[in-house]
Ligand binder design. Sequence first.
Ligand code: ADP
Ligand code: MG
Length: 870
Amino acid sequence: MASYKNGRGPVKVDRTQGGATANLRVSSSFKSKTSNVRRGSSGANLDDHVSGRVRVAVRLRPQNAEELVADADFADCVELQPELKRLKLRKNSWDSDTYEFDEVLTEFASQKRVYEVVAKPVVESVLDGYNGTVMAYGQTGTGKTFTLGRLGDEDTSARGIMVRAMEDILANISQGSDSVIISYLQIYMETIQDLLNPENDNISIVEDPRTGDVSVPSATMVDIRNHKDFMELLRLGEAHRVATNTKLNTESSRSHAILMVHIKRSVAEMESDIASESDHSSHMGNTLKPPIIRKGKLVVVDLAGSERIHKSGSEGHTLEEAKSINLSLSALGKCINALAENSTHVPVRDSKLTRLLKDSFGGTARTSLIITIGPSPRHRAETASTILFGQRAMKVENMLKIKEEFDYRSLCRRLEIQIDKLIAENERQQKAFEDEVERKTIEAHKRISEAEMNYADVLEREKMKCQMDYMESIKKLEEKWMSNQSKYGNSGFINGSRGGKGESHVYEDVTELQKMLQKEISLRKEAEEEIHNLRNSQLLWTEAGANADVVKLKKLLDDETHQKQKLEEEVHLLQSRLSQLTCESGQPRYPQYEDQGNGETSSIASIHEQVGLQKILSLLESEDPNVRLHAVKVVANLAAEDTNQERIVEAGGLTSLLELLRSRSFDETICRIAAGAIANLAMNETNQELIVVQGGISLLAMTAVDAEDPQTLRMIAGAIANLCGNDKLQTRLRSEGGIKALLGMVRSRHPDVLSQVARGIANFAKCESRASSKGAKKGRSLLIEDGALPWIVQNANNEASIIRRHIELALCHLAQHEINARDMVSEGAIWELVRISRDCSRDDIRSLAHRTLTSSQTFLSELRRLRVEI
Ligand code: ADP
Ligand code: MG
């Protein structure tokens, strides 16, 4: 069995020697116990190398119906290489990170295999008298309960780990002397509830000070005699879990479900079994010894959804609940870390979950963790954090290091795979080529035989015709002969005279006939020759044709390959140019109204020349909305040109445009066009200040509240984003509601609007950071004050690269200042910074994030606390 047999190279950690885990050990060291045991049908190897290490398997859930539709156009964010025990997490379409696990289970992995690989070794050591734990960790909906708790009522192949473990246990114990007792609990908000008796809803944990054994004496304990009893209890527990959660108005993904199985076995019984198979005399000796009981405890934990740890607080959790969810899961993470690193202190007392598991992981226990993930690129962040949890549990600091260590090996593998692919492709092409030649040859043969048949037909017809003609001539000759006979009598003489004219006439006829015959024969010969020639030339033609076709085909193939290569290079170039451009630009021009044809643009220039700017501006105040609309279009088009901007402002155009936003009768089209013009004017610093002096911020903010059309919102957001880039306007932008207005516009969800909002936030954060560095600004970021952080965190990994880039920059600016760090930690922005410092495809941003994280004391101590390596 390819289970957790050997610690794989990079993750091999021997922890059984260290004294650090002593506080989790029950009594004697693991080593002393291993000496009595080791057998087991699975061949699972509890050797000293790997005994203490948390074994981590990853399981990918297949796409569900919703993902099949929603993600149809996107590649999955993970790729598994089960044979290498590796998982690739895609960063984008050309880059990914690779992680190594003890076991990688694809979406096709059967429940049986998952059990054998993840849980069976643990069950076997529990049967041998150790404590063991199987835990499932992952985002809600990725298959934790599917993996652990499926009963398999209708389909036995669907049975999960709990059911299969119990089957194994029952098959291995002896009914007379051994016992199996279970309890089934749930931890919700740091209270332990009994799933076998819901009234018992605040169970306490008791610890034996002498042995360190943990127990829950007030929990219902049921003696299991057979499989049917167990299934009934599981069903009962599940029903109570649903009922309890409904009563508490929560969902199962917020609680941890824990199945505890206590096994007591009589050693004398076991050893006599073994002895009777081998040596009868030692059996006699054994019976004289006092009986020894061997106890083992198996704990199966279906953990709360891991996304809760990040999302707590953002989805309407109560504060208490959010705290407790964070507490249990992060306490678990910390304990696993401490154990993995031989830390002198393992903080098991931090949560109920870790207290309950105190004697079930590390030390003498064997722990398997299965992390479950889904394939959807939309949940990439959650999947990444799940993988990170699994990696930490394996005590792998950073897989990139491993990549370096194994660089030659993996490069070699990659090349081998490439060669294999090329060989296969070559073979395929060769085969296609041969097939094509064969097809052409068959076709040529077919044509030849067709031609042969045609010519044979013609020949036959010609022959028939000749024969007919010949017969005809004979007939004619006979007729003539007959008539001559009747004329000249039987002797052939006419009226008794011989020879003469009649006779010579017959001779002439015969000669003529002979000539004709000769001619026919030569004609036939010619025809036959022609057939022969034709056949030869046909043969030549078809063969030459086939060869030429093959050559042509080959050339075509070469051309195509060449073309494809060129295109690929071009696509690559374009992709990198595109990503560069999307990051660098982001400040769009606001082209005015596509509804105008080209003709209109030139007519605007001429209207402008003829009527004069002043006059056009005065029309902005016209009573007639139609006139106003046309006037604003003209002004907006003029404002789109840099050269006109100064004149428009001098002539009071900016004031008139702002006036249009102020007017009470809200006309969205006019507002949209006016806001676009203002946005264009707001690219210049002097104009920015003029806009603000004239109350532009609150006017834009008010318009943003009323507007619905995403394009209107985009113009307004663009205008405010431009103002955000001005160092002098920071305080006014905040006090006059500019930032709030920006944040309010995200309701539109339109990517154009969101990218302007993101640009505004990035601009603002940049100016603010500059001011703080100069000492001109004190206190927390105004963006944080105005509540922008949750949106920033939510969108830091937005699918649109332009939005993502702005936000990543904004996060880095905010993180520059220690005063913002507390909020960034509590709102989860630190995780995004960690992600940026690892995953961002732009080197400069990535290293900026890294520098920022490592230069802040607050961040450093938080990362240390959570044992995250950066
Ligand atoms: P969670 O452990 O997060 O609560 P569930 O176990 O409830 O997730 O799984 C969510 C859904 O996905 C269920 O409908 C389940 O049947 C399905 N599912 C999970 N894992 C698999 C799998 N490996 N194969 C098929 N369906 C699965
Ligand atoms: Mg579940």
